[in-house]
Design a protein around this ligand. Structure first.
Ligand SMILES: Cc1ncc(COP(=O)(O)O)c(C=O)c1O
Length: 191
């Protein structure tokens, strides 16, 4: 039996919108991107949204901003789930930071908050990146509790969770140094 990850369902109005873009002869950022950013961020109850060329770059930009804003040093550590798409770890390495793996739960394959609690919180640990895999939200209240106790920044990798309810616990996230959520809107991620 063959299992697919999801079905891409583009309708006629989607095809028409794409044709309009091609016909407009304007493929770089412009009014359409701006409109998309506004619609997307308001759908996710956010004030601002910035479109990037890929989920990897969105993650890299967010992590680079956190590193610069908070004065992290090369070699500082970032906690990432042991099971995720490789981009989550790649961006940590690309920014000269060290990924430290936290095991995932056998129930949803997301970062296990209990394992996060057990992780050695040495002074070089600056950030945790929970990943909402396959459209299933992580247990953010518990993860945020640990992050708060250890003054960690939180960067949510929401590449696979566009439009999913329950991933943002804003009241808690607001208490952190910088808040970030990041989505990937390529069709394969809309599970
Ligand atoms: C969890 C997760 N993070 C990051 C990415 C990177 O996104 P992109 O392939 O658009 O660079 C993906 C893509 O598959 C992903 O699934």
């Amino acid at each position: 039996m063959k299992h697919t990850l999801g079905v891409l369902a583009l309708n006629e109005s989607d095809s028409q919108s794409m044709a309009e873009v091609v016909d407009s002869n304007w493929l770089s950022p412009g009014p359409r991107v701006k409109a998309f950013e506004e619609t997307f961020s308001s759908y996710h109850d956010q004030k601002h949204g910035v479109m990037t060329n890929s989920g990897t770059d969105a993650l890299r930009i967010a992590l680079a901003a956190l590193k610069e804003k908070n004065g992290w040093k090369d070699g500082d550590s970032v906690l990432v789930p042991a099971g995720t798409f490789v981009a989550t770890v790649n961006v940590v390495l690309q920014l000269n930071l060290v990924p430290r793996l936290v095991d995932v739960s056998k129930y949803d394959f997301n970062m296990d908050p209990w394992c996060l609690r057990q992780a050695p919180m040495t002074p070089d640990v600056q950030c945790v990146i929970p990943v909402h895999l396959a459209g299933l939200p992580c247990d953010m209240p518990k993860i945020l509790d640990v992050a708060k106790d250890h003054h960690l920044s939180v960067l949510e990798d929401s590449c696979e969770a566009m439009g999913v309810d329950g991933i943002i616990t804003r009241e808690l996230v607001n208490e952190f140094k910088l808040e970030n959520e990041q989505w990937d809107v390529t069709p394969k991620e809309t599970l």
